[in-house]
Design a protein around this ligand. Structure first.
Ligand code: 5GP
Length: 203
């Protein structure tokens, strides 16, 4: 991104917060907990070409779009970052995020490591948290207890999760790692870290 397009996170109170972690670590619950706990926070609703599951709400969890819509948006440089996961496309809408940051809000992106790397490479001032499961056994148990998928898909997610953790640790993009032993503690740790970071930047 050219210098002229830098987002005003250094001078305003706006902060871009990235939350990543493997599926089964409790990332979505923590993300929504942070959103509830910080009054001026907003959750960035990604675009995706994956099919909507019965628990997903259009416009709340994702904007569910066709491949054609996604590619058109991409051609117009409409995404801040994109990623391909499980053969489907995901992207963060640029204009909405920029608008919220300009208003000084805390903008939360729940995205994968590939997306986080793209964001950090042109917006190093983004603050990023990686949610870790307490152990590999717990991760596998949690993936199973969701009862969303058959065992083969669970094993696929488990192996993808292990890769995501390894890459999250290796890539040097994350400012904070939280091991999610207990949801309420993890939300508190994330909220405290974000509030401290914003206070530090205000000084
Ligand atoms: P799911 O399909 O289970 O909702 O999400 C799969 C993965 O995609 C999760 O790790 C989620 O954080 C990630 N994800 C969701 N939206 C985006 C996005 O806009 N960009 C990127 N890079 N990853 C995303």
């Amino acid at each position: 991104m050219a210098a002229g397009h830098r987002l005003p996170t250094d001078t305003d109170d706006g902060l871009l917060l990235i939350i990543s972690g493997p599926s089964g670590a409790g990332k979505t619950t923590i993300t929504r907990g942070v959103e509830r706990s910080i009054p001026d926070s907003v959750f960035s609703v990604s675009w995706t070409t994956r099919p909507r599951s019965p628990v997903d709400v259009e416009g709340v969890d994702y904007h569910f779009v066709t491949d054609e819509d996604f590619e058109q948006m991409k051609a117009l440089d409409g995404f801040l970052e994109t990623a391909g996961l499980y053969g489907k496309k995901y992207g963060t809408p640029r204009a909405w995020v920029v608008e919220q940051l300009v208003r000084g809000r805390l903008v939360i992106l729940e995205i994968d490591v590939e997306g986080a790397k793209q964001i950090k490479s042109h917006l190093p001032e983004a603050y990023s948290i990686f949610i870790m499961p307490p152990s590999e056994e717990t991760l596998l148990q949690r993936l199973r207890s969701r009862k969303r998928e058959d065992e083969a898909s669970i094993q696929k997610r488990y192996s993808a999760a292990q890769k995501e953790i390894a890459e999250g640790k290796r890539c040097g993009v994350y400012d904070l790692f939280i091991t999610n032993e207990n949801i309420d503690d993890s939300i508190r740790k994330a909220v405290d870290a974000v509030n401290a970071e914003r206070a530090r930047r205000r000084r």
